[in-house]
Design a binder for this molecule. Structure first.
Ligand code: 5RP
Length: 225
């Protein structure tokens, strides 16, 4: 599929920012998959790096590719974090969490010197919100948390996968919030995280340093913050 060419192109360009000796944050999703595969090739070719992963799925993939995953207790700093996004605007504000890994992704991004986002053209938007905003909530009294989200006009839907309730790697639920247009992402971010029961939301603001956008012909463009 052409979109896979775009994702792969962005991911492989991002891998060129990985240098010997670095600790690398590995994202989650179908675009991050290509970055992990490329970094794996580089490691097998002799590149000496360490990595941390943002999901159990990415950790397993990385290990299978021969990438050394270190425990977070051994991390001094993360030099570069390479991850995908569901939407990105011109200010490199993001919606993430389509794959349900937003909490771990945000923890790793916040600990990284540099966050590189990789995406196909379809993810670049004028205004955030068309993609339902994932919000990670704890299972305890989730109905009460839902009511608070409804008061913020979120139109939340509890995420399911193959007919079963989706459970994150952290044992939580995801409420997908249908805003359609998010006029003030900074304000919404604060309002959502102010609700007891919300663990984290999928708005990433002021975190991405570089956006690499892949095109279906394999070309890439870079947008810095
Ligand atoms: C996972 C994420 C992903 O980065 C996001 O969903 C993009 O995924 P994909 O590259 O498969 O489109 O935030 O929690």
């Amino acid at each position: 599929m052409q979109v896979n060419i775009a994702k792969k192109a962005a991911a492989e360009q991002a891998a060129t920012y990985v240098r010997p000796g670095m600790t690398v944050g590995l994202g989650t999703g179908s675009t991050a998959y290509y970055a992990i595969m490329r970094i794996g090739e580089m490691v097998r070719g002799g590149l000496d790096i360490k990595a941390v992963a943002t999901s159990e799925e990415s950790e397993q993939l990385a290990r299978a590719q021969g990438i050394t995953i270190i425990p977070f207790g051994e991390v001094q700093k993360i030099d570069v974090d390479i991850d995908g996004a569901d939407e990105a605007d011109a200010q490199l504000r993001l919606i993430k969490g389509g794959g349900g890994a937003l909490l771990r992704e945000k923890i790793v991004a916040a600990a990284s010197d540099r966050m590189i986002i990789i995406a196909d053209e379809g993810k670049v938007v004028q205004q955030l919100g068309q993609f339902p905003l994932p919000v990670e909530i704890i299972p305890f009294a989730w109905e009460l948390t839902f009511r608070k989200l409804e008061q913020l006009h979120a139109r939340p839907v509890l995420r399911k996968k193959e007919g079963q309730l989706f459970i994150t790697d952290n044992g939580n639920y995801i409420a997908d919030c249908h805003y359609e247009r998010i006029a003030d992402p900074e304000a919404l971010h604060a309002q959502l995280n102010d609700i007891p029961g919300v663990v984290e939301n999928g708005l990433f603001i002021g975190m991405a340093d570089l956006l690499i956008v892949g095109r279906e012909d394999g070309a890439v463009r870079e947008i810095s913050r």
